[in-house]
Design a protein around this ligand. Structure first.
Ligand code: FE2
Length: 315
């Protein structure tokens, strides 16, 4: 894993920067914050900027972890019961700013109009009644590994997670495609557009799926787009066998990290599948609580379905 532990000096610089930004912007959802996030991020410590740049450019690992940011467990308050945002200022604005500034060094954060009210920085919390749903808000059902928003060609290049609390050490699972062993016949089939991606259940109302390849890019170090839970069984035996062998190979390489409070994990959504282990939620304000952002390297690719050049919401 690509990993960076922040030093005391670096944390001093970060805390000052985050406070200054928080004094100017009430929320990371505000357009004037999003427009300026990358400019503010130029004031993050150089070692952190270089670390994220290497992760973006050289693809050395499927995930990267930034540790050491202190989260005050009392100040952030209880784990909310739902992802829906409240109108008043969030007690986690500083944490959200830090996650968003780091993310802005990888690309531009984005959201979907038809998912979670178009919120950019989302609360990943267990929701009562969703225990057995295959959703980020589920808990007792393991969240199967997947590419985020695999059904959509405008899906993000990265997912950024920041852990606010994780008292039961629930692992975020992942597998890096460069570590997955596949035979060349299967790779060839997986590079062909023979696979049907159904719309994701976390995108209610959207009914369009897409036919595409599972692997693309360089066959020796491919990119992956894969979510068996949201895909049809392929029509041919050859394609079914290639898909099944990839599922088995990923299962073998699946590993996990139980995030600690203050840790930020960036997942390369082109090189890695990710999921979450099951857990027993208490729904008493002490449950696992992560912040999540989606990041696009090139917003222009989705310009036809966004209202303005700087708009972050894909319609
Ligand atoms: Fe996900």
């Amino acid at each position: 894993m690509h990993r960076l532990e922040l030093t005391k000096e670096e944390l001093g610089v970060i805390r000052l920067l985050v406070r200054e930004v928080a004094s100017r912007h009430a929320s990371v959802e505000a357009a004037d914050f999003l427009d300026n996030a990358r400019t503010y991020a130029q004031e993050l410590p150089k070692r952190l900027r270089a670390f994220l740049n290497t992760f973006r450019l050289k693809e050395p690992a499927g995930v990267c972890l930034i540790t050491g940011y202190p989260v005050d467990d009392t100040k952030i308050g209880k784990t909310p019961p739902h992802w829906r945002k409240k109108p008043q200022r969030s007690p986690t604005t500083e944490e959200e700013i830090f996650l968003n500034l780091c993310g802005s060094l990888l690309g531009d954060s984005m959201a979907w109009a038809h998912q979670r009210d178009g919120i950019i920085c989302q609360d990943l919390v267990p929701i009562e009644g969703h225990e057995n749903k295959m959703l980020g808000s589920g808990s007792e059902l393991e969240l199967d590994w997947h590419t985020e928003d695999a059904s959509y060609s405008h899906r993000g290049d990265y997912i950024g997670l920041m852990c606010l609390r994780n008292p039961d050490a629930v692992p975020t699972t992942y597998a890096f495609i460069d570590e997955v062993r596949l035979d060349s016949d299967h790779v060839e089939v997986l590079f062909e557009p023979r696979f049907y991606f159904r719309p994701d259940p976390s995108h209610p109302g959207d009914r369009e799926g897409e036919r595409a390849s599972v692997l693309f890019g360089d066959p020796r170090s491919p990119y992956i787009r894969f979510d068996p839970y949201c895909m049809d069984r392929p029509e041919t035996e050859e394609a079914r066998s290639a898909m099944d062998s990839l599922i088995r190979a990923i299962d073998q390489k699946l590993t996990g990290v139980a995030l600690l409070s203050g840790e930020c994990l960036f997942i390369d959504n082109y090189k890695t599948v990710h999921g979450r282990s099951s857990f027993k939620a208490r729904f008493d304000g002490t449950d696992r609580w992560l912040k999540r952002i989606n990041i696009a390297r090139d917003l222009r690719k989705s310009r036809a379905v966004r209202a303005a050049p700087a708009s972050r919401v894909v319609l």
